[in-house]
Design a protein around this ligand. Structure first.
Ligand code: ADP
Ligand code: SF4
Length: 688
């Protein structure tokens, strides 16, 4: 289909200094947990986005010197010439599809660890490093000259590697250029400290150096965090940041602007809307004639057009929307925007960087698997047999398996016990703040609608006998999991005394609308991800007095990996939810829970007329067991295989359920694999 002419403006070429982007879709820098550990995986992932139509594809932050080493985080590295070939791989992959390759050079200053290099950290003044119990030393004049030389050398190496755009980075509180600009960090009394003109000097010099070194053929871009969202202690979009843009307005070839720190930039959908950065960045274009790119989890082409027409942006920047759908631009261009797999704003992608593992995505199961498994987000191999597949359960695992199997051409029958499709995604998306998670279901239902070879049956609670009666060759159980209400979980191997009566609830009860009749309620969170906090929020919104008790040292500790820890804890306090951390629930008598401290303090009693246990889940595997109990009957029915996928196999993240469904679909009738089903980087002797 031809594209809707309303979107023509998104496909106009835009000049960036000496280079030209073919359209307005710009994949801004984003971390991915592969970086210098796996340049081939990294190149394949970036190349896929170029194939998907993005005009500019950027790296993640790239370290320029051993004293800017962010170990254990796995980012890009360009310390010396040895690192050039790894980056050249990415440039080739991106250029193959007519896109521009951009590199984000940075020295993280006081945010480094130097755990690998063992160099002392450096900063504008003596101060604590951001994340580690050691300090950065104040840079002297020679250090500043050295730093400028490292940056210039890195720019030259970038050009050699084939990059078209080289970034000077001053955002997220993660770069020396920014650290010098920040009043709170820069307490120098020389020409690099004090007055604004002095604090901005180094930033300006870095841009000038880069332009001088490579500006003839490469564009020099700046990434600048215009607001640190910390009041007068930080940069403000309506304060000094205006002066920065005004003073440097025409110096760089492109302004990439956002808010800092990272948790505000990559804010989760639970606490922020699409376009949440717009009010902070709108002023930039008024101060410069250079192209401006910004982000805000934009997935709607209409909104993108508005942003261009209103003069807010020249490029639609995206990290997460490009992860969830590397083919977003192509889909708009080909007149099929309803095929876009919209980011749900869950930040599981971010958690990969935080946990130093290759990137993954809830919506896009192929993200990070482009090189390892050769998976393409839009293309699957054709079916290899005429086997018919029955999938039981239409949660994220069942829906994705049905979608991908349908795309392969198999005859698929998807049976769902309930009237509503989507399983846990539909249920959880009704909890406060999680509506966008419904996109996991919506994308798949839109696709399934287009597949004539997939039949969906609602209101169909299947039994083993019915499954045998159908006699389909392949049976896939995607029946999900249920939350336990007996308290068994991380801290308890046996039920908690008093858990089991009618005053004890599970998250499933709350999601099904079975709320305690009266408070106060204790939510016991032994899970440490989002569910405990969101259930507490739901109960507080229903007017019940809530205390959240957690065995963690902080509420929702795992959400530090998804950048939600602070907003979640702020939200609980805003809603008046009492919080007790580092305590276990050891009993409930209908009127109160008894707590035991992690650190041996005297036991506590908290009044409670009801308890919600957020502790663990059990797979819904009764159907599986029933089918396996009669192997001969299965064989006689013509069933070749019975396979569990998603939460019914092992309860986990929605991302894992989607991945499980996708993997099943890919592997059906595929040649058998070895024990290691993916490529990896292994050491081999140079002279075997
Ligand atoms: P996952 O995350 O693995 O996709 P979910 O819990 O989200 O799992 O979804 C499981 C779905 O399976 C639910 O919608 C549930 O209603 C459905 N289901 C469970 N047992 C049966 C069954 N016997 N027949 C049909 N559907 C079932
Ligand atoms: Fe979006 Fe979640 Fe995918 Fe990240 S993991 S791109 S936030 S859907």
């Amino acid at each position: 289909m031809p594209r809707d002419s309303r979107y023509d403006i998104l496909f106009e070429p835009v000049k960036i200094g000496p280079v030209t982007a073919k359209n307005r879709f710009f994949q801004v820098p984003h971390c991915n947990g592969m970086g210098h550990h796996n340049p081939e995986g990294h190149a394949a992932m970036r190349g896929m986005k170029a194939e998907g139509g993005w005009a500019v594809i950027a790296t993640e932050e790239v370290e320029i010197h051993p004293s800017g080493d962010v170990t254990p985080y796995i980012e890009g590295r360009l310390w010396d010439d040895k690192d050039i070939p790894g980056h050249a791989l990415m440039c080739e992959a991106v250029h193959r599809h007519g896109a521009l390759a951009a590199i984000e050079l940075t020295h993280n200053g006081t945010s480094v660890s130097n755990l690998s290099s063992r160099e002392p950290a450096i900063g504008p003044s003596h101060q604590m490093t951001n994340y580690w119990p050691w300090q950065a030393r104040a840079m002297d004049k020679q250090d500043i000259l050295d730093y400028r030389r490292w940056h210039r050398d890195a720019a030259l190496r970038s050009k050699k590697a084939g990059f078209d755009i080289v970034y000077v980075y001053a955002a997220h509180d993660l770069s020396l250029a920014l650290h010098f600009l920040q009043k709170r960090r820069n307490r120098r009394t020389d020409e690099y400290g004090g007055a604004f003109e002095n604090r901005i000097r180094l930033f300006r010099e870095l841009i000038e150096d880069a332009k001088d070194a490579i500006g003839d053929t490469c564009a020099v871009a700046v990434r600048f965090g215009v607001d640190e969202k910390m009041g007068a202690d930080g940069l403000l979009h309506d304060g000094e940041s205006r002066d920065v843009i005004a003073m440097l307005a025409e110096l760089p070839d492109l302004w990439d602007v956002n808010v800092s720190p990272w948790r505000h930039d990559s804010a989760v959908s639970r606490f922020s809307e699409e376009g949440h950065q717009d009010p902070f960045i709108t002023f930039v274009k008024q101060l410069t004639t250079k192209p401006v790119v910004g982000v805000g989890r934009y997935t709607s082409p209409d909104r993108m057009v508005q942003l261009i027409k209103r003069g807010v942006l020249d490029f639609i920047g995206a990290a997460r929307p490009s992860i969830a759908d590397p083919f977003l631009p192509k889909k708009i261009e080909e007149g099929r925007p309803d095929d876009i797999r919209e980011c749900i704003g869950c930040n599981i992608c971010v958690s990969s960087d935080m946990t130093m593992s290759a990137i993954r995505c809830t919506q896009n199961p192929t993200m990070g698997e482009e090189w390892r498994k050769g998976w393409h987000p839009e293309i699957v191999p054709a079916k290899q047999s005429t086997d018919r597949v029955l999938i039981v359960g239409a949660g994220p695992a069942g829906l994705e398996a049905a979608r991908a199997l349908g795309q392969r051409g198999y005859e698929v029958h998807l049976a769902e016990a309930g009237t509503e499709l989507g399983g846990r995604v539909s249920r959880e998306s009704k909890l406060p703040g999680l509506a966008a998670w419904g996109r996991v279901r919506d994308y798949r239902l839109t696709q399934l609608d287009k597949l004539a070879n997939v039949e969906i049956y609602r209101d169909s609670m299947l039994t083993a006998a019915q499954i045998r009666e159908f006699g389909f060759e392949r049976v896939v159980l995607a029946t999900g999991a249920r939350w336990c209400s007996d308290g068994v979980g991380r801290s308890h191997w046996n039920p908690i005394p008093g858990f089991g009566g009618p005053q004890v609830f599970s998250p499933d009860d709350i999601m099904d609308g079975r709320l305690p009749a009266q408070g106060p309620v204790v939510v016991f969170d032994d899970d440490h991800y989002y569910m405990g906090s969101v259930i507490a929020e739901r109960l507080a919104m229903a007017g019940l007095g809530v205390t959240l008790v957690t065995t963690g040292d902080v509420v929702a500790s795992w959400t530090s990996n998804t950048l939600e820890l602070i907003p979640i804890n702020l939200q609980l306090r805003r809603l008046g939810i009492a919080v007790v951390t580092a305590h276990d629930v050891v009993g409930f008598d209908g009127n109160a829970v008894t707590l035991a401290s992690n650190y041996g303090e005297p036991g506590r009693v908290v009044p409670a007329r009801a308890v919600v246990a957020v502790t663990s889940r059990l797979p819904e595997e009764a159907l599986y067991q029933a089918l396996l109990a009669e192997p001969e009957a299965l064989r006689d029915a013509g069933v070749k295989t019975v396979t569990r996928i998603g939460d019914c196999l092992a309860p986990g993240l929605i991302a894992q359920a989607v991945y499980g469904g996708h993997r099943y679909a890919r592997e059906l009738d595929a040649p058998p694999q070895g024990e290691v089903s993916f490529k990896r980087v292994v050491w081999a002797p140079a002279n075997p």
